[in-house]
Design a protein around this ligand. Structure first.
Ligand SMILES: C[S@@+](CC[C@H](N)C(=O)[O-])C[C@H]1O[C@@H](n2cnc3c(N)ncnc32)[C@H](O)[C@@H]1O
Length: 300
């Protein structure tokens, strides 16, 4: 099966350069507020897609267990260093387009700052839908093309793409901004019901961030986030979507029961110490230092 290209973060210092030393306290705090407002009060098993270095993971404290999924093992290693190895956190290296989980496994999922790397976003969203059970919640953050800065730039001919057209724009290779109407339609077509929409980062402007104290900008953003249900004109939009039906109250006891082979989709993998084996297609999937690696079979 061929899958779309992956934006590769292997070896990247993204967490340090973008977040820790990149002057992004305002964005981090406003995202934390949005997540708090949207996360369910309780849950069993959360899937964090594109978890990166685990910046948000501790915020999912209402869930009993969290699976951190990322294509980059070095991002997952950074997450392990932050969160530790325990049976609360499960680290999985895999491609969002080929999730290695059985259907209906999770009762919660988040995808923050990750959809913007998806050249075929509906395909990725369909994968998320498959692994979520009835009654689940999915919190999706996406980068919007329809924000005030891009509108002004377009009107003054400083930008050649229109923020009003519905198709995604790839402004840098494998970096996409989406139109809110398009994302809404994708979610709806896949079977998600959108419960709430919050707009985030209303004041993401270098000058404002330099002259206004962060706490004031965060407080104002927190008030304005509610306007997301009326209109979306910010660079970042958070959506809480749900699936109809009754939530399943339990998680399969053995982690191996959670997985399916991403190559042939067979569910009955067998544990062989340092790898999982698929008896159906003979693929081996490595398990290294607590990271299940489902990107490429280790024996092929
Ligand atoms: C911008 S970072 C965001 C990390 C984290 N969610 C945060 O907000 O701090 C995007 C993450 O998505 C991961 N990613 C990109 N494409 C992916 C794919 N196809 N499958 C799995 N992870 C992917 C990258 O490795 C990276 O860690």
């Amino acid at each position: 099966m061929t899958t779309p290209p992956v934006c590769d973060y292997e070896g990247s210092d993204y967490q340090t350069s973008f977040w820790d030393q990149g002057g992004r306290e305002y964005e981090d705090r406003t995202e934390a507020i949005a997540l708090k407002r949207l996360l369910p009060k309780s849950g069993n098993l959360m899937l964090e897609l594109g978890a990166g270095a685990g910046r948000n993971t501790a915020r999912y404290k209402n869930f009993k267990k969290v699976v951190l999924l990322d294509y980059s093992t070095t991002q997952l290693q950074q997450a392990q260093a932050r969160l530790g190895q325990s049976n609360r956190y499960i680290y999985v290296a895999a491609d969002v387009y080929r999730l290695p989980f059985v259907d209906d496994l999770f009762d919660g999922a988040t995808m923050i700052r990750t959809l913007h790397h998806m050249a075929e976003a509906p395909k990725a969203l369909q994968q998320v839908r498959n692994v979520l059970g009835p009654g689940s919640s999915f919190i999706l953050e996406y980068a919007s093309k329809l924000h005030l800065k891009s509108i002004i730039r377009y009107l003054f001919h400083k930008q050649d793409w229109s923020p009003f057209s519905l198709e995604p724009v790839e402004f840098v290779k494998l970096n996409f901004d989406f139109h809110p109407i398009t994302v809404k339609k994708w979610m709806h077509d896949i079977g998600f019901q959108i419960e709430r929409t919050l707009t985030v980062s209303h004041f993401r402007l270098g000058l404002l961030k330099r002259i206004v104290p962060t706490s004031i900008l965060v407080g104002l953003d927190s008030i304005f986030q509610w306007t997301g249900s009326l209109w979306q004109l910010t660079p970042s939009v958070f959506v809480k979507a749900t699936l109809g039906g009754e939530r399943n109250g339990s998680i399969p006891d053995e982690i191996i029961q959670w997985f399916k082979c991403p190559a042939c989709e067979t569910a009955a993998l067998v544990s062989k110490g340092d790898h999982l084996h698929c008896p159906s297609c003979d693929s081996d999937w490595a398990v290294n230092s607590g990271i299940y690696d489902f990107r490429k079979p280790s024996n092929k």
